[in-house]
Design a protein around this ligand. Structure first.
Ligand SMILES: C[S@@+](CC[C@H](N)C(=O)[O-])C[C@H]1O[C@@H](n2cnc3c(N)ncnc32)[C@H](O)[C@@H]1O
Ligand SMILES: [Zn+2]
Length: 286
C-alpha cells in the first residue's frame, strides 16, 4: 500500500461540492461544517463528485487511452512541452509567497505526467493538485505523483477548490471553464493553457481516424477568456516527431477517435513509421 500523505497541510484549498464550505480532516475523510463527508481513497485521492450526480456521456479517458498515454509520454516525445512550460513559469514572477500552501493545479491532469514533471522542475514544496473526471486517470496519477493531491471532479461544472486558492493553474489538452478558472485563480496567479495548433500531428491525422482539431481554437479560447483574464503571453512552438511501432500505436490510441467509427490503429506493425510535427500553443493568462 502507498504511504498516506498528510492532506491537512493543503485541505484549506478544497471546498465541499454540496455546500461550498471548507473541509476538515477527520481520520481518512474530508468533512465540511454541514457534515458532508468524502472518504480519502487508499491511493491518496478523493472523489468529490457527489453520489447520484448525472455523469456526462463521455466520463473522461478510458483505461486503455490512459495506459497508451503513459507509455507515450514516458518515452519522452513531449519533453519539449515540459521544457517550454517550465521556461515560461520561470520567466514570469510566479507567486509562491504562500510557501508550502502555494497551490499548483493541473486541471484535466490525466495520468499525471505533466504535474509530476512540473513539480520536479519547480522544486519547491507546495500543494500540487490534479483534477480529472476519469477515476482511472486519478488513480494512475496519484500513484505516480507521490505527494500530489488528486481529486475526481468535473471541470465543466464545479471545481471543488476555493475562490482565489490557486497560484498556478495548468490546463493541458483538456476541457476548460473560463468562469471556474477565474474564480480559482488568486490575484497574482497565472493560468497556462496548452492547445494543439490546427496542423498538430498533421501527417498522423491524414492516416488515422482521429478527432479533428476545432478550427481557430486559439482565437476562440482567447475570446472566451477575455472577459475574465488578461492574455500575458502566447507561445507557438513545434518539434519533429519520428514515430515507430509501439510509440506510433500509443499516440493513436491515446487520442480521441471520431466517435462511432473504427480507428485504423489495429494493422500497425513494429516496422511501420511516420514522420510528423507537433505544433502547440501555450497561452498565459493572469
Ligand atoms: C487529452 S487528455 C489530456 C490529459 C493530460 N493533461 C495530458 O496532456 O496528458 C484530456 C483529459 O481530460 C479529462 N477530462 C475530460 N473531460 C473532463 C471534465 N469534464 N472534467 C475533468 N476532466 C475531464 C480526461 O479524462 C483526460 O484525462
Ligand atoms: Zn458540505
Amino acid at each position: 500500500m502507498q504511504p498516506s500523505i498528510d492532506w491537512s497541510l493543503c485541505v484549506r484549498h478544497l471546498i465541499c461540492p454540496l455546500c461550498g464550505d471548507g473541509f476538515e480532516i477527520n481520520g481518512r475523510s474530508l468533512t465540511c461544517s454541514q457534515k458532508h463527508t468524502f472518504d480519502l481513497a487508499k491511493e491518496n485521492y478523493v472523489n468529490l463528485i457527489p453520489g447520484g450526480t448525472k455523469m456526462p456521456k463521455f466520463p473522461g479517458d478510458s483505461k486503455m487511452m490512459l495506459q497508451a498515454r503513459r507509455r507515450f509520454l514516458d518515452s519522452g516525445h513531449y519533453q519539449p512541452l515540459v521544457n517550454t512550460l517550465l521556461e515560461l513559469i520561470h520567466k514570469f514572477d510566479f507567486d509562491n509567497s504562500d510557501g508550502p500552501e502555494t497551490a499548483v493545479l493541473d486541471a484535466g491532469c490525466g495520468e499525471g505526467y505533466y504535474l509530476n514533471q512540473i513539480q520536479q522542475g519547480l522544486a519547491f514544496d507546495g500543494c500540487y493538485y490534479g483534477v480529472d473526471l476519469s477515476k482511472d486517470a486519478i488513480r494512475m496519477a496519484a500513484k505516480r505523483v507521490g505527494n500530489g493531491r488528486f481529486v475526481v471532479a468535473n471541470i465543466k461544472k464545479q471545481m471543488p477548490l476555493a475562490d482565489s486558492s490557486t497560484h498556478l493553474l495548468l490546463n493541458i489538452f483538456a476541457p476548460r471553464s473560463p468562469t471556474e478558472f477565474a474564480r480559482l485563480l488568486c490575484p497574482n496567479g497565472r493560468l497556462l493553457i496548452v492547445i494543439p495548433q490546427d496542423n498538430h500531428l498533421q501527417a498522423l491525422r491524414e492516416n488515422f481516424d482521429l478527432l479533428n482539431i476545432q478550427p481557430d481554437k486559439q482565437a476562440l479560447i482567447e475570446k472566451q477568456f477575455a472577459p475574465y483574464f488578461k492574455l500575458k503571453n502566447r507561445v507557438h512552438f513545434k518539434f519533429p516527431l519520428k514515430l515507430q511501432g509501439g510509440n506510433l500505436f500509443d499516440l493513436v490510441q491515446m487520442m480521441p477517435g471520431q466517435r462511432g467509427s473504427q480507428t485504423n490503429a489495429q494493422p500497425l506493425t513494429e516496422s511501420q513509421s511516420i514522420e510528423t510535427e507537433a505544433n502547440m500553443t501555450i497561452m498565459v493568462f493572469g
